[in-house]
Design a protein around this ligand. Structure first.
Ligand code: SAH
Length: 256
């Protein structure tokens, strides 16, 4: 019987390959089979062992999403065949990456799991525009939440978040931005709270826009920011140089 290597659930970070950890790079270079999500940047895959078999098992890009169960079976089969398997995910595997479900399936099959963290988009995107998400002058902390409405999971309690004083970092929030903003304002978050949307952070396609919370849905429509994007809501957005620049610009427009 072949002894299987642990399957590595590996975070690829948000895009820029320089944001990979050294451990992630090592595991990519040693991989024999890589099951990769579509969100993973091609520049990261280019660093992997050239002899590795790369299987795209993504959920985006217009193709039919690969069933989660099929991904589990594939990982188990490849690991049992004695291959060094890397399950490569954008950002961090345990932050909205289904890493937990995959860990469970592997462990239930008697296969050990190694988790290699990646820099999650929800931390990397705000940092890329100078937003310090837990700045103690404004907030007691940060909440990483999904903008999805809870299909197959638990939906965020927007009213409670509106009262929490936490910085809100919203993943997968573009499609439901209008409803989310409405729920936050209804929950008592001031409509003038600074907000930002950052699309394709740390890729050559990165775009960002800052505005007041109430203006967010209209801004997204006008600027046509595309997925993947992170929304950030909180006073900390106001600390960024980008926000200061925006305010200066608005002041100039007003006085002109
Ligand atoms: N595990 C990933 C998140 C996967 S969920 C992580 O830790 O980053 C997919 C969502 O992540 C997208 O809808 C978007 O909200 C966010 N996302 C991923 N990569 C991004 C990027 N480069 N820029 C902005 N948002 C990104």
């Amino acid at each position: 019987m072949t002894t299987s290597h642990p399957v590595c659930l590996l975070g690829a970070g948000p895009g820029d390959p320089e944001l990979l950890t050294l451990k992630a790079l090592k595991r990519l270079q040693g991989a024999e089979v890589i099951l990769s999500d579509d969100l993973v940047d091609a520049r990261v895959l280019a660093l992997a062992n050239p002899a590795a078999r790369v299987l795209r098992v993504g959920k985006r890009g217009g193709c039919v999403s690969t069933e989660q169960r099929f991904i589990h079976e594939l990982m188990i089969r490849e690991a049992r065949a004695g291959h060094r398997v890397v399950r490569l995910k954008g950002g961090d595997p345990f932050v909205f990456g289904r890493g937990g479900e995959e860990m469970d399936a592997l462990q239930a099959a008697g296969i050990a799991v190694e988790v290699v963290n990646g820099i999650s988009a929800g931390l990397a995107a705000p940092a890329s525009i100078g937003v310090p998400v837990t700045d103690r002058r404004c907030t007691p902390g940060v909440a990483l939440v999904t903008g999805h409405n809870g299909e197959g999971g638990v939906a965020p309690d927007w009213a409670a978040l509106a009262q929490s004083r936490l910085t809100l970092v919203i993943y997968m929030g573009l499609a439901r931005a209008e409803a989310i903003v409405q729920a936050l304002v209804d929950g008592g978050l001031p409509a003038h709270t600074p907000a930002a949307a950052i699309a394709s952070a740390h890729t050559p396609r990165q775009r960002q826009q800052l505005c007041r919370l109430a203006e967010l849905p209209a801004m997204l429509l006008r600027e046509q920011l595309a997925s993947p994007a992170i929304l950030v809501v909180g006073e900390v957005v106001g600390l960024s140089a980008a926000w200061q620049g925006l305010q200066a610009e608005l002041g100039l427009q007003r006085s002109a």
